[in-house]
Write a protein that binds this ligand. Sequence first.
Ligand SMILES: [Zn+2]
Length: 68
Amino acid sequence: MCQHQPPCPTADSTDREAAHLVAHHPEQGWSLLCNGVLLFEDTGELLPDGQIIAPHRPLGTEHVMTAA
Ligand SMILES: [Zn+2]
């Protein structure tokens, strides 16, 4: 799937998120990487083999709501 040189990390690699973006849909909250990984806004992932990776990074401060 990936045609970059050097090749991007594969979907089963721990640094799979370092692959290039091939589609970015922030309004829908997901991005597609060239290794076939679907990356969600909350850092969850869906791998090409159907495996689901739970969100694993804390959200940035821009998502934090301060209650008045
Ligand atoms: Zn690539």
